[in-house]
Design a protein around this ligand. Structure first.
Ligand code: ATP
Ligand code: MG
Length: 260
């Protein structure tokens, strides 16, 4: 299996009360296990606070789990050395919900797109420029856009820039955390279409966090549902819609506005 997550647990300690003297434990991930095949899209669904972003961050190695394994091509990435971590970080990239805060406002688009290649030492100046031009076009923008700044673009265009930045180092896996939910509905479809096209072109594996089951239907092959840190459902998208196994999933399906 390409990505194989086993018995993942993550707790947070939260402080409340007068001068934060009281504390309690939140089970953000409570014994979560699932797997993803190469080139497929796994949707991660669940209400606010169910543990979706915590799962994404542990897979990205931005957070350490308390216990469990995250196997990526049979290698458990939880306890990698710093050299191994560098190699791993080139293979996985993330796209966030808010394309406004994830782009440095002082950088031109050329600088924003060059940076990941510079960090990973992936070529000389000419090579980087060639990649930058190729990738801005890949996401439907133009070479002229490279000398502009983030504030000169719309939300959808900024998300295109974030997608180009994620793809520029040729990753194998993209973790998308609600990548379209901050965008106008009319723009959402265009960005989803772009993500789907790019997935096919580069045989990318997606972990796609969304609270919108219409998005799941459009882009995902398989789906897991989280509730209070527990995995309450996993299977194909058609199984989720045709034969949901929990009331929680049924409620999520019923919450979809309009017909799908
Ligand atoms: N840094 C933190 N410190 C303490 N508790 C946290 C922290 N981050 C998340 N939590 C808690 O862990 C649980 C899971 O949070 P998480 O952000 O993973 O949920 P989510 O499914 O991504 O929610 P949303 O849909 O709102 O983004 C929640 O109860 C949250 O309050
Ligand atoms: Mg979240």
């Amino acid at each position: 299996m390409y990505i194989d997550v086993r018995n993942l647990k993550k707790t947070y300690t939260k402080h409340t009360g007068f001068l934060n003297t009281k504390s309690f434990t939140v089970n953000a991930l409570d014994d979560v296990s699932f797997s993803v095949k190469k080139g497929k899209c796994l949707a991660i669904v669940g209400e606010s606070g169910s543990g979706k972003s915590t799962l994404a961050k542990t897979i990205m190695k931005l957070l350490n789990p308390d216990s469990g394994e995250i196997n990526f091509m049979k290698q458990n990435i939880v306890n990698l050395s710093s050299d191994e971590t560098k190699v791993f970080r080139k293979k996985i990239q993330m796209i966030f919900q808010d394309p406004f805060s994830s782009l440095n406002p002082k950088f031109t688009i050329r600088q924003i797109l060059s940076e990941p290649m510079e960090i990973h030492m992936m070529g000389d100046k000419d090579e980087i420029e060639r990649h930058v031009i190729e990738h801005i076009k890949l996401v439907g923008l133009s070479e002229q856009d490279l000398s502009r700044f983030p504030h000169q673009f719309s939300g959808g265009q900024r998300q295109r820039i974030c997608i180009a930045r994620a793809l520029i180092i040729n990753p194998e896996v993209i973790v998308c955390d609600e990548p379209v939910s901050a965008l106008d509905v009319s723009i959402q479809a265009q960005i989803l279409e772009l993500l789907k096209k790019l997935q096919k072109k580069f045989q990318l594996t997606y972990l796609f966090i969304t609270h919108d089951l219409r998005v799941v239907k459009y882009i995902a092959d398989e789906v897991i549902v989280l509730q209070n840190g527990k995995l309450v459902e996993k299977g194909t998208v058609s199984k989720l819609f045709n034969n949901p196994s929990t009331d929680y999933t049924k409620a999520l399906i019923e919450a979809i506005p309009g017909s799908i």
